[in-house]
Design a protein around this ligand. Sequence first.
Ligand code: 6PG
Length: 253
Amino acid sequence: MAGRRVVVFPTSVELGPVLAHLVTSRAEQAVNSRGRFTLGLSGGSLVTMLAKELLAVPGLDCSKWVVGFCDERVVPFDNPDSTYGLYKSHLFSKINIPDDAILAIDFSLGVSECAEDYSGKLRKAFPDDDIPVFDLLLLGMGPDGHTCSLFPEHPLLEESQKIVAPISDSPKPPPERVTMTFPVVNAARCATFVSTGGSKAPVLKEVLEGREGPPFPAARVHPTNGELLWLIDEPAAAALTMKVERLGSGAKL
Ligand SMILES: O=C(O)[C@H](O)[C@@H](O)[C@H](O)[C@H](O)COP(=O)(O)O
């Protein structure tokens, strides 16, 4: 692990531009060294924050981006629960990313087949990797400590063979989802959590500072050969006693 950075911003207003800079600078580095930038997206409040901030970047060029989903709800794209659907309307329709560079699920399949199909899409997009190595995964964390669709105490936390797994009993609706597993999450070059708001404070303390008993799913994210960044705001950081970095909107990570 290249190390963990916990960076606290006054509010999400200052965090947003730094997130956009992180994405575009990692994209530039990746395109320069490997010819493309592979990005994994999560849902929740990240969708609108990321879309707003990326669309404000002058001359944003996504022509060499390949985008996947850290998890996805198995619902039609026009269902408001579809993470792809939200990104399509907020972001993909407004940037120059080729359609075939977006690795989306086939929601018409049953949840198990859908996971197999999405796994095949990842394998095809990463033909040289035993486990797909994304340049950047953007992750969220629920107030229960889940990330992707990896929920506390769920057997999927121990999945070590599959790169993508189906889940049909998600405690958070909708119940049917597909999710990247920890082997993929922890193979990333950089995993970045974005977590804001006071509702995250209690769980964030346990995730970042440790707890008795089994670690929360979000605490199990620690890329083997990559970086781990936590971008949070003061309300989310309220219960932390650890040393953190405090930065503002002009920061570059
Ligand atoms: O699939 C889901 O149910 C959500 O996408 C979820 O996993 C989300 O990423 C976290 O709950 C953090 O969401 P917020 O950043 O909006 O709190």
